[in-house]
Design a protein around this ligand. Structure first.
Ligand SMILES: NC(=O)c1ccc[n+]([C@@H]2O[C@H](COP(=O)([O-])OP(=O)(O)OC[C@H]3O[C@@H](n4cnc5c(N)ncnc54)[C@H](OP(=O)(O)O)[C@@H]3O)[C@@H](O)[C@H]2O)c1
Length: 286
């Protein structure tokens, strides 16, 4: 049994919801899991409660609300009553209150004038904040795949979340990185409250990983560190986050990710990478 390390959150987006990965996670010191109301065809919570019978109290558990079933599909909504119902149903299906409930990709429903958009986001935040105050979850947050519209909406009127989760890593893209940092700055969120997600962009077998050696972003010596491990570790600095939600069904893959945590960043090369991304987006006139 390894010592607990809060920096890895086992993300269940693509999970088969098997007990084996849950028991292995605990053995590896990973005791945080992240799921969502809509994962696994809207059955993630019941699947997790079944696979994790007797284990769930040992995990820090986060989930998300924002997508709802509609005619066999998923539709997004920030309607406060629907959000509240989803949090209540999550409690019933999980058999316990989640430690954290994220508003899931709120940007998906932010359309209209800036006043309307701010009102809609503020009302949705207040709904999950109230659910937390009433004990339906330990805290609340925002999980955003595309945070670009969000920093401009944060003023003194918007409730401050306990955590924000954003895309992290070499594939996140400079716009998402800068928006995430701006959002964290607006709320004065320290890295402990900023989570990364999807460090491989959903797949660790993308052709890019055969062309770029991500070990350049890790301080030497890094003998024995694989490209996959380096990609994962580098994601903690793009942007600077305290923990990362990463998906795997494989105990040995999870073990490799845990092993990668002992390596440190090559700050100069990460800085250069960010500069190159910026230059590619904003080419200088000749
Ligand atoms: N908007 C949102 O709120 C949002 C969106 C996306 C993701 N997320 C969160 O982020 C979590 C992770 O995202 P994700 O699953 O989309 O992407 P990801 O973590 O970037 O990639 C998952 C893939 O990486 C592979 N992998 C992991 N560790 C590996 C290793 N050591 N060696 C080889 N392959 C490895 C896994 O395959 P194996 O199973 O074979 O290991 C899996 O196919 C989600 O579960 C969710 O919690 C949130």
């Amino acid at each position: 049994m390894r010592e607990r390390d809060p920096r890895i959150v086992l993300g269940l987006h693509r999970s088969r919801y098997e007990r084996r990965i849950l028991t292995s996670a605990l053995e590896l010191g990973v005791d945080a899991i992240d799921t969502s109301f809509n994962y696994h065809g809207f059955s993630a919570h019941t699947a997790l409660a079944a696979a994790g019978r007797g284990l769930l109290p040992r995990f820090r558990l986060s989930t998300k609300v924002g997508f709802f079933p509609a005619d066999g599909q998923a539709e997004h909504s920030l309607d406060p009553d629907r959000l509240r119902e989803a949090v209540e149903q999550s409690n019933r299906d999980l058999g316990r209150a989640p430690d954290l409930v994220f508003l899931h990709n709120p940007e998906r429903s932010l359309t209209g004038s800036s006043a309307a958009v701010q009102d809609s986001l503020g009302t949705a935040c207040a709904a999950v904040e109230r659910a937390a105050a009433e004990g339906l979850c330990g805290g609340w947050g925002i999980s955003s795949w595309d945070p670009r519209p969000l920093p401009g909406l944060v003023d003194g009127t918007l409730p401050r979340p306990d955590a924000v989760m954003v895309r992290a890593g070499l594939l996140a893209g400079i716009d998402a990185l800068e928006a995430s940092e701006a959002l964290a700055a607006r709320w004065d969120l320290k890295p402990a409250h900023l989570w990364g997600m999807s460090p491989f962009g959903g797949s660790a077998t993308q052709p890019l990983w055969g062309k770029l050696d991500p070990r350049v972003f890790i301080q030497e010596p890094h003998d024995g560190l694989s490209a996959v491990q380096a990609t994962f570790r580098a994601a903690y600095w793009l942007p600077l986050v305290g923990r990362i939600a990463v998906g795997t069904d494989s105990p040995s893959h999870l073990g490799k990710l845990v092993d990668a945590l002992r390596y440190e960043a090559n700050a100069d090369n990460l800085c250069t990478y960010r500069r190159l991304l910026r230059e590619q987006r904003d080419p200088q006139p000749l």
